[in-house]
Design a protein around this ligand. Structure first.
Ligand SMILES: [Fe+2]
Length: 213
């Protein structure tokens, strides 16, 4: 969820939208997934109900609802389309970084697309959905991947933290929407001011083995 938050913050800045609202939406969108993973009657309904009860803004709750295709909600706002676009891709990019010695540093859309062609890699991630998300957002796919990589690079030390593995490793094999299971560092939000084009930060340690593979 931290990866999605980072991507959402970057896109909020890109579109001139409210970074805090977009960031919080990204951070909370899979709030209930660990305990209520069923897409038929659990996630994200439980999170939506909880947030509604706590008086969270409708735009956040609706975006969380619309990121799950199973809910059948249209994605009307740019924030809703952005969440859908970065959700799976952020997890996929982090998964790619885990198996690269350089982590996120120097990663290119080409290398991500190469991994997309490897069916066994992060197999639960729907490749068509990755492309559909970019289309809905109205961004060219390669540019979208490059943007997401750049958005995540400043947070590489948190996203790829070895001491947080395996709990913090991307749950690429577990969830249809493959959100990174970053619960171990849930309060370590990405820095609000980091720009998507900020200098890339390589993980200090070699990447942790992906326990999902
Ligand atoms: Fe989800």
């Amino acid at each position: 969820m931290l990866a999605v938050e980072g991507s959402m913050r970057a896109y909020a800045r890109h579109f001139g939208e409210d970074e805090e609202i977009w960031g919080v939406t990204g951070l909370l969108h899979d709030l209930d997934y660990e305990r209520f993973s069923s897409l038929k009657d659990g996630h994200p309904r439980i999170a939506m109900a909880e947030l509604r009860q706590r008086g969270v803004a409708d735009e956040i709750i609706r975006a969380i609802g619309s990121h799950a295709d199973e809910m059948g909600l249209s994605r009307d706002s740019t924030m809703e389309r952005a969440l859908y676009a970065v959700d799976e891709l952020s997890g996929f990019v982090v998964a790619c970084a885990y198996v690269r010695p350089e982590g996120l540093a120097g990663m290119t859309p080409k290398s991500v697309k190469k991994k997309m062609k490897t069916a066994s890699f992060a197999a639960a991630v729907d490749r068509d959905q990755l492309r559909r998300g970019a289309e809905e957002l109205g961004v060219e796919f390669d540019a979208h991947v490059a943007f997401t990589i750049a958005a995540l690079q400043p947070h590489a030390d948190v996203l790829l933290a070895r001491d947080a593995a395996p709990d913090a490793a991307p749950a690429t094999g577990a969830a249809p929407d493959a959100a990174p299971a970053t619960g171990a560092a849930a309060d370590a939000a990405p820095a609000a001011g980091a720009a998507p084009d900020a200098p890339s930060v390589a993980a200090d340690d070699p990447p942790a083995p992906d326990p999902q593979r």
